[in-house]
Ligand binder design. Structure first.
Ligand code: DQA
Length: 144
């Protein structure tokens, strides 16, 4: 059976392409999804690619990743990365490896972005590479 990787995106990432392009670039989330789909096909992986602006929906999708027997989750929780104990608890609960993903490198930005609750539960992080962060993370997921 083909292994599935969930790629979950949090708040405001639906605005990529026009959102602060000096920080996040001009690729849209649809562009990133297309690239991830192409790379996943080469790696023999299926992907479930989603975006929501709602914290609890991300929690529900992490639970769903476990129920679906997902191989891994790539999680760009966006701002919830820095605030959400609920997401950390979900990551710790599901027993599915989670790779933290960011387009920018939060560690080089404002101090409030330096704390990552997601990172406390993730097995790896890929950040600062723009859309390539998703591709590198997918390649890491393939090796898990
Ligand atoms: C982000 C970084 C976060 O600090 C920020 O809140 C985002 C996007 C990134 O992909 O670089 O919304 O997760």
């Amino acid at each position: 059976m083909t292994a599935t990787v969930f790629i979950l995106n949090g708040p405001n990432l639906n605005l990529l392409g026009t959102r602060e392009p000096a920080i996040y670039g001009t690729a849209t989330l649809a562009d990133i999804e297309a690239r991830a789909r192409a790379r996943a096909a080469e790696l023999g992986l299926a992907i479930e690619f989603r975006q929501t602006n709602h914290e609890g929906v991300l929690v529900d999708w992490l639970h769903e990743a476990r129920a679906a027997g997902a191989k891994a989750v790539l999680l760009n929780a966006a701002a919830y990365t820095h605030t959400s104990v609920a997401l950390l608890d979900a990551i710790l609960a599901i027993g599915v490896p989670v790779i933290e993903v960011h387009l920018s490198d939060p560690a080089t930005r404002e101090p409030f972005r330096h704390l990552s609750y997601v990172g406390m539960g993730a097995v790896a992080e890929v950040k600062g590479l723009g859309p390539d962060s998703y591709i590198v993370a997918l390649e890491q997921a393939a090796t898990l």
